[in-house]
Design a protein around this ligand. Structure first.
Ligand code: SF4
Length: 336
């Protein structure tokens, strides 16, 4: 299986429940950012997401209220660096008590001090380890030597301890496709559970300082090659999404499928841009955001976006429209 069975079933059940209720738009994933504090300041990240004070973090109750308000079965804890959130064990416990599935996005630097031995392995907890290349590239992107070696050591230890571990890789302009394949091979070598590969998104706040992001044509070129070799590895992107990333088909965006709660409130329309600013109240966010406009991708800021968070839901919708698509998706899900 690409993901643990419970994780896959939770998504399928949620989709079926929403279909029965006649809901066309609904969140499947909550991107929860309890803090904007980080122990790195990576090239592809916005300054805001790593420079916050720890004292400005969200209380656990506020995080769990956002989880309850949106009802998504999957909670992606990001930030900031979530392992620096002092109440992480309490937050994870609250999520598991609610029968949620958790993706914990981490640079892995302090997993040994903050997570191993404090939060037990669970099929509901998937550790997503940020690795943007092999040693030289990853340390360059993270602007610190030794980050790659530490992450590899943490993956080995995490697997020995029984955690579910995935690599999480962003592809930039300078990223060599061969190196992405090298990371896929590393997944096998480390006995990790898979790899998520995304094209880097040109954040408004990062674009002015650094020219590292791919344009649409650049994404298509790299992802054509990635799609070609993806069948040989445990790549966690659906076949339809990879066709979209490779420029072989178009998809509308589904920004409502992956909603984002931050220390400033609900970010509209999506994790990537603040096109409509922030809402404090879930109902206001859900009812006032102009979802039809953002689905259309007419906004200039959507031009180069091919992120999982916006399009994986659309890719599954597209696959479900035909028997052939459903069979292909089922085969992909079980890892054939
Ligand atoms: S295309 Fe990308 S930036 Fe635009 S709304 Fe969708 S996810 Fe957000």
């Amino acid at each position: 299986m690409r993901y643990p069975l419970g994780f896959t079933l939770a998504q399928a059940r949620h989709r079926a429940k929403m279909a029965r209720a006649g809901q066309e738009r609904y969140p499947s994933v909550l991107m929860l950012e309890p803090l904007y504090t980080c122990n790195l300041a990576c090239l592809g990240c916005s300054t805001e997401r790593y420079s916050g004070k720890l004292s400005d973090r969200m209380p656990v109750e506020q995080c769990l209220k956002a989880v309850d308000d949106c009802g998504a079965p999957i909670v992606n804890i990001c930030g900031g660096e979530p392992t620096l959130y002092p109440e992480l064990p309490e937050l994870v416990e609250g999520l598991i008590a609610r029968k949620k599935h958790i993706l914990l996005c981490t640079n892995a630097l302090v997993l040994d001090k903050k997570l191993f031995g404090k939060i037990a392995p669970s099929p509901r907890l998937l550790l997503m380890i940020h690795l943007d290349g092999l040693r030289e590239t990853h340390d360059h992107v993270c602007k610190r030597e030794g980050v790659f070696d530490k992450a590899i050591a943490m993956i080995r230890e995490g697997k020995d301890r029984g955690y579910h571990i995935y690599l999480n890789t962003t592809v930039y302009k300078e990223t060599k496709v061969d190196e992405v394949e090298g990371l896929c091979q590393l997944v096998e070598e480390l006995r990790a559970d898979g790899i998520l590969i995304s094209p880097g998104y040109e954040y408004e706040s990062v674009r002015r300082e650094r020219d590292i992001f791919l344009d649409r044509e650049g994404i298509h070129e790299k992802f054509r090659a990635i799609r070609d070799f993806s069948r040989r590895y445990r790549v966690n992107a659906t076949p339809t999404f990879l066709e979209f990333a490779a420029g072989l088909r178009e998809l509308p965006c589904s920004p409502w499928s992956t909603v984002n709660y931050t220390p400033k409130g609900w970010k509209a329309p999506c994790y990537l841009i603040e096109g409509e600013g922030y809402y404090q109240d879930w109902s206001d966010f859900w009812s006032k955001t102009d979802w039809a406009y953002w689905e259309s991708r007419d906004d200039g800021r959507c031009k180069n976006c091919k992120m999982h968070s916006g399009f994986e839901h659309s890719a599954v919708n597209e696959a479900m429209k035909s028997v052939g698509g459903q069979l292909r998706l089922a085969a992909w899900t079980i890892g054939v």
